[in-house]
Structures are given as C-alpha cells and as structure tokens.
Design a protein around this ligand. Sequence first.
Ligand SMILES: [Zn+2]
Length: 141
Amino acid sequence: MDKIPSFLKDHDKLAPGFWFSGKANGVTTFDLRFKKPNCGDFISPAASHSVEHILATLLRNGSQKQNIIYFGPMGCRTGFYLLTVNIDESQAKKALIEALEQAEKIEEIPGAERTECGNYLDHDLEGAKEECRKYLELIND
Ligand SMILES: [Zn+2]
C-alpha cells in the first residue's frame, strides 16, 4: 500500500504552530499543531474531545462559517485538523484566532448532552480552554 502524505513527514521535525498541510479537490487542510510530536506532552483525551466540540462550534458560527468544512482532532493528540474551502491561509488563521478568543469565554461545552455526543462524560472544559489559550499565544506571536 502507498503511504499517505502525512506519514511521509518526519514528525520529529514538526514544530507547534499553524501550518498549511495540503490542498485537494478544492479543500485546503491546515495542521493546527498544539504540541511538538513525540515529546511526552500530549493533549488529554478529554480536553481534546472538548476542544473539538468548542472550536468546531465556534468556527461554524464565525465569520468564515460557510467556508469551514471540518474541524477535528489528530488521533495522536498533538493537535487538530482544519479543512476549508474558498479562503486563503491568512483568512483561515484569522477565523481560527477569533474562535480561540471566544473559547476563553465559553462556560459550557456545546453538544455535550448524552443525546448529542458519543462519549458525553469524557469532557474537560477547563483543560480545553487552557489548551486553546496556550495555542492562541503560540500562533499570535
Ligand atoms: Zn463528543
């Protein structure tokens, strides 16, 4: 089998940040790398799950909502993927920064009722906000 492109990147050389990953069929993928890979510091499963709920909701209600295709976690828990259409890197980053700023004010995890989520007890609001805060600081530099 062919290796998919993301496995061809040397993950020991990846740094935290906001990175263009690729474009296919009009859809652009960004790697939102919160943590340096393979360095022992990972987003907890509960915080990662809550970041997914919070940022997916805020991005899809934000200034670029019609151009956000998907936001979701990397299985390795070092970051998230953001898939967009019709916007460039700076517009995507701006929409993300707006969502991260709004995340600081969230007091309830969206979609975290039993009927709305497949693992509704596995959430960490404060942990998610802390990860968002640290990532916002990182990409605002
Ligand atoms: Zn969920």
